[in-house]
Design a protein around this ligand. Structure first.
Ligand code: NAP
Length: 246
């Protein structure tokens, strides 16, 4: 049976690796990304490798766009039973200089987006009696990071949302888990390194396995959590961080 998976932020970095991995494992993947061209290119790459995928231009902070996108997935690929909420942005700066528009934008993109996507997709999962949701949080929630109040708050909210949905939907055959990634080499992280928010050598030195993470490390965990075999795992925070934050 071909499962249909929606991966938000699926055109780049961690979401890109998750899209490729779920497709390689046999899912039809709907790549949701604010950048429609990048979503189409990511889907085309999957199709060129023999997988099934389609790209959709969806701003996941926009409820109407999410509803439209999910409806398109239904008609083009079929009813989604896997949802990975991975879209995210990061903004850094001193807390006293954090303006309300920036706060709202980060919360809308990183947390309210998951509220929208879960609320739109869950009724179909309930009707099917099977579903898998993975919310991508962040290891920054374990310790906090100076200058990242909006980001860390949004990612902490993902953990709370995960736990509540796991309790509400467990009896419907739906699992909901969260992965807080550690330090992963992606375009987002490259930007933070270039801006001096993080120092690469220090991050590697602080990581027990002695390297920074790859998007594929997160994709592998996501593939397991969305598989049939993971049906008894729900409401969990599965750290993938090279041994930090244990
Ligand atoms: P990335 O390479 O920047 O990928 C994020 C993707 O989300 C981009 O394609 C981005 O599009 C898209 N996106 C942004 N806003 C969106 C919106 N409103 N609607 C739909 N798509 C949107 O970042 P990444 O490092 O792979 O991060 C993926 C997730 O992992 C994020 O939630 C991030 O917070 C989390 N995370 C990353 C790390 C890390 O070390 N990299 C660590 C912990 C958590 P544009 O590029 O066009 O903006």
């Amino acid at each position: 049976m071909t499962r249909v998976a929606i991966v938000t932020g699926g055109a780049s970095g961690i979401g890109g690796a998750i899209s490729r991995r779920l497709a390689a494992d046999g899912a039809a993947v709907a790549v949701f990304d604010i950048n429609g061209e990048a979503a189409a290119a990511a889907a085309a790459e999957i199709c060129a490798e023999g997988g099934k995928a389609a790209g959709f231009a969806v701003d996941v902070a926009d409820r109407t766009a999410v509803e439209t996108g999910v409806a398109q997935v239904g008609s083009e690929l079929g009813s989604p039973s896997i949802l990975v909420n991975c879209a995210g942005i990061t903004v850094s700066g001193p807390f006293l200089e954090l303006d309300i528009d920036t706060w709202n934008r980060v919360l809308a993109t990183n947390l309210t987006s998951a509220f929208h996507c879960c609320q739109v997709v869950l009724p179909e999962m309930v009707a099917a009696g099977w579903g898998r949701i993975v919310n991508i949080s962040s290891s920054s929630t374990h310790s906090g990071v100076p200058g990242m109040a909006a980001y860390v708050s949004s990612k902490s909210g993902m953990i709370g949302l995960t736990k509540v949905l796991a309790l509400e939907f467990g009896r419907s055959g739906i699992t909901v888990n969260t992965i807080p990634p550690g330090f992963i080499e992606t375009p987002m992280m490259r930007g933070a390194l270039d801006n001096g928010v993080f120092d690469l050598d220090r991050q590697v030195a602080n990581t027990p396995v002695g390297r920074i993470g790859r998007p594929e490390d997160i994709a592998a965990t996501c593939a397991f959590l969305t598989s049939e075999d993971a049906g008894y795992i729900t409401g969990q925070v599965i750290g993938v961080n090279g041994g930090r934050n244990t």
